[in-house]
Design a protein around this ligand. Sequence first.
Ligand code: C5P
Length: 302
Amino acid sequence: MLVHQHDEDFEVSAPAKVNLFLEVLGKRSDGYHELETLMVTISLFDTLRFRTVDSAQFVLKNHWCGSPESARLVHELLPNDQRNLVWKAASLLAQAAGVKHAAQIDVFKRIPLAAGLAGGSSDAAATLVGLNRLWKLNLSYSDLRELGALLGSDVPFFLAQTNAAICRGRGELIEPLQMDVPLHLIIVKPDVGLSTAQVFQHCIPAPVASSVSKMAQSLQDGNLTRIGNNLMNRLNWPATRLCPQVQQLETVFTGLPVLGHVMSGSGTSYLGLCRNRQQSVALASRLRALRLGSVFAVRSGV
Ligand code: C5P
């Protein structure tokens, strides 16, 4: 999570993530599902700009910088008020630190919403980092992770100062991984989204769970073929039932010369692992021509 200082203001970049592996181990008594997942950050960012304001007011402004096709979901799902996760993160931090709730945050959004890419969670993590700096609170990353877990299951990953990790529990227990070889991925996000809660609700945990260990080892070895073979997401099945566009993407990716493909998180974005940058750029333009949604050629581990 990089911080860039400009005169009075500063910016924090908030990366998206993808899940290379996601197993659902069972349903818990608190309503969440027990997970074993492997997440990596990718080179698709929102940017949050922080500045002090004279009044005691908190001001949040969202600016959509992504494709016009995704703008509809942004208007539906991204309010500039207390329902927004960035606002909730700011309130929580102010309350925990006993400070007044004042700042202006401009969020320049490029990560699609309801995509399984955790844009909202990453923005919330960036808000904790940014306001910790703006308000000179000196909270540690470990303190911020504890607050982050109260905001959402994916938030602590972005506060773990790593670009790859195995996440367990409901997602908040982080085991950082060393990842030396960048992965080149193509991602397609259809112009419809899925609600995380709804996808989990329709998920049937595996009778015999798959283990993340093969994927973790392949990643650490930098073995692209094995990474491709071990891509797995237990939420893929319920998402294809709920959303025909995910099913369609699965079919399209099956016909592409990628090393493997899978849905990210609870969808609806779908990713393919490429051999190198040239292949990801070439396949991205081929996919754009099919008009299945927004297409990104990205690198992991940023
Ligand atoms: O934690 P977060 O707010 O992102 O989760 C959104 C919803 O997704 C939860 O309310 C829950 O229904 C579902 N979920 C789950 N198990 C998880 C994470 C999320 O059932 N491990």
